[in-house]
Design a protein around this ligand. Sequence first.
Ligand code: ADP
Ligand code: MG
Length: 276
Amino acid sequence: MILTDTMHEPAAIRQPADRNGQAVIHLESVHKTYYLGEVQVHALRGISLEIHEGEMVAVMGASGSGKSTLMNIVGCLDRPTKGSYQLAGVDVSNMTKVELARIRNSRIGFVFQQFNLLSRTSALENVELPTIYAGLPPEERHQRARRALEQVGLADRAHHHPSQLSGGQQQRVAIARALVNQPSILLADEPTGNLDSRTSVEVMDIFQRLNEEHGITVVLVTHEHDIASYAKRNLEFRDGKLRRDVLVRDRMMARDILPTMKSVGEEDEEEQARER
Ligand code: ADP
Ligand code: MG
């Protein structure tokens, strides 16, 4: 008999009680091994995890602990080496790349630390891009992209190029792009890693609103404890294993914190952006 890792989990691992209904994300004994020539890297070593609709989860852990590997699998950018992954009840662990791309485009929005915007393209066109892949007619594409920019408070920057925007504004464009196909899950890998404190909290404000007002399930990676405390649940990874799974007590709400933080001033930031 093979013992699963969950049988050896320390006491800190527990499934918080108040979850009903089907898990949107359900991993069962997921392993990921990278092969670099002779060398094998065990990035994930048996992860079992359920995330339900409407949760907001922060994933923490030291560099190299497997956070991005997890996000890539959850986001259908990569497949587990072993184990299963059910996304909204559908087993995606053995899907082809084309099938994965289709499911990703319709259900998942992804936000990265480096924004990953196309530099010679306006904010609006950047946001519109995923709707082209989704095959929507032009009129609806424009409408959706504008609405997504409104959702992140950037309607008035639609025709700016990334170099004309501050880091926080660029990340908001990237969030709008992640939202434009109306995903049910938003994944963000260190979304505040390149942002100052106030701008980070502004990004958390957007995530909290999307979570509360639109019911979008949010999973984000951060190594900052204060950012993690804006989530409802924290996971901690170490050496490819899930070591802690706790509900956040005294959760912070960005809308309460923002008025207490000093504003850098968007105009100053834009000034700096122009000088770059
Ligand atoms: P984290 O995001 O927590 O910093 P990662 O998931 O990026 O961790 O990496 C986990 C481990 O897997 C690390 O040892 C890393 O070097 C390795 N790794 C990640 N991606 C690859 C890859 N594409 N090829 C080989 N090794 C990788
Ligand atoms: Mg990472």
